[in-house]
Design a protein. Sequence first.
Length: 247
Amino acid sequence: MSNWTQAKVVNKTLWTPQLLSLQFDADILPFKAGQFLRIGMDVDGERLGRPYSLVNAPADRPYEIYFNLVDDGHLTTHLRKLEVGDSFWVDRSALGFLVLDEIPDANQLWLMASGSGIGPFISIINSDEVWGRFDHIVLCHSVRYAADLSYKDVIDKVSRTHDGRLIYIPLVSREQDANTLNGRLPTNIENGELEQRAGYTLSAGNSHVMLCGNSGMIESVTAMLHKRGMHRHRRKDPGHISSERYF
């Protein structure tokens, strides 16, 4: 059962016509990097709710969510109209298992996102825990157009803070961009370009992969990693691949 509390918008960033982040204040319970909150708005006497990952690290404020603006989306249609000072609803309790204490230790942590799925990984790389557990972190962000590559300043700052231990690999599938890999994540895993850019090898012996984004990407990458002897991680059956189910 949801335990709703009111949230107030303190900042709004329209990254592109279809990508938005909202920063807000609210009385929510402590959460772990990688978790999500249920966000709600009252529309025609009904409270519409949907899960959104928290972008900020647990110790940072204000809270932040990042999402696609869907033209016919029942909730995003209304969220996009919010301005600073406006209110909406959040569940006080964050949920989700795409968190560091649910995965085993490894030399390399690969964070692979498509679209707005980068949100929980921004939270993770800004938390202290990840840097004490993994020697190398590779953040891969796959989008359609270069303009969709959000949070680059944040990522660059984290990389500088941790002496280059964070490798950032942007991928763009629908246009050519000199500073990115061309094509989708599965394609660049299959042709070896992703590992060549990272300077590391994806393998069951040294890697753990966290996936967040559209279901097609998650299924394709998971199937490709299976061919390398990597399988989904479960508490009773430790593995190499973690992903989140939001619905």
